[in-house]
Ligand binder design. Structure first.
Ligand SMILES: Nc1nc2c(c(=O)[nH]1)N[C@H]1C(S)=C(S)[C@@H](COP(=O)(O)O)O[C@H]1N2
Ligand SMILES: [Mo]
Length: 221
């Protein structure tokens, strides 16, 4: 007990009592032990600090003024967006990791663009739509389950680390779908097609996995 009885002494004693009680109860203890390890990577991946460029050896020149995105197939409201219309959509920011099937991963990329959730709210896929086919200005295609496209961290990216997406990385607009290997994230995005019939894309018909979840190491198959 404090013997001076002043208000400051009493408040302090209350804090001490609380901390002592927490210590007796073992507050916040998990009962687990851990080594101070680096953040975990998906199997077989290594971290890089740079951002490698991978494509088919063709980097189409798509200037914002001429860029258009058409979204159609099994949707209630097919759309064609030009750059100005894209810029009128709500801005979405996110930070996420990239995992490339060639075994590099890059942590915490800061993205800006338009969220897939917003796009879906505009086009309204029909209940029969189960797959999304992405087509690009270089002729590249890739397919993803609608359930994977319809996720909080998926976006049509226009900026990376506060700067416009460069041509080599798929500018002016590319998909970013962080939970699947990066080959699913179509660069120079041109067309999004909703379908009830899955259609394997460029790499999927060449031996890459149809889904491509890095945590399950779905590289090939
Ligand atoms: N349009 C288009 N998108 C593409 C590709 C491509 O060749 N064309 N390559 C894919 C592959 S295999 C990878 S690993 C990533 C690479 O993206 P980056 O060059 O920005 O790292 O883009 C994917 N998206
Ligand atoms: Mo790739």
């Amino acid at each position: 007990m404090p013997d001076d009885g002043d208000i400051f002494g009493q408040i302090k004693q209350k804090l001490v009592d609380t901390k002592q009680k927490w210590a007796r109860e073992g507050r916040l203890l998990t009962g687990e032990q851990a080594e101070p390890v680096k953040r975990k990577l998906p199997p077989g991946q290594r971290e890089v600090k740079n951002w490698p460029v991978l494509d088919l050896g063709v980097q189409p020149v798509v200037v914002p003024k001429e860029w258009q995105l058409t979204v159609g197939g099994l949707v209630d409201n097919p759309i064609t967006w030009d750059w100005r219309t894209l810029m009128d959509q709500p801005v979405f920011h996110d930070v996420s990791d990239m995992h490339c099937v060639t075994a590099w991963s890059r942590y915490e990329n800061r993205w800006e663009g338009v969220s897939a959730k917003h796009l879906l709210s505009v086009v309204q896929p029909k209940p029969e739509a189960k797959f999304v086919i992405l087509k690009s200005y270089d002729g590249y295609t890739t397919n993803v389950p609608l359930a994977a496209f319809d996720d909080d961290d998926v976006l049509l990216a226009t900026q990376w680390e506060g700067k416009p997406l460069t041509r080599s990385h798929g500018g002016p607009v590319r998909l970013i779908l962080p939970k699947l290997y990066l080959w699913k994230s179509a660069k120079w995005l041109r067309n999004i097609w909703f379908t009830d019939k899955d259609t394997p894309g460029f790499w999927e018909v060449r031996g890459y996995h149809n889904v491509g979840d890095p945590w399950k190491e779905q590289r090939y198959g």
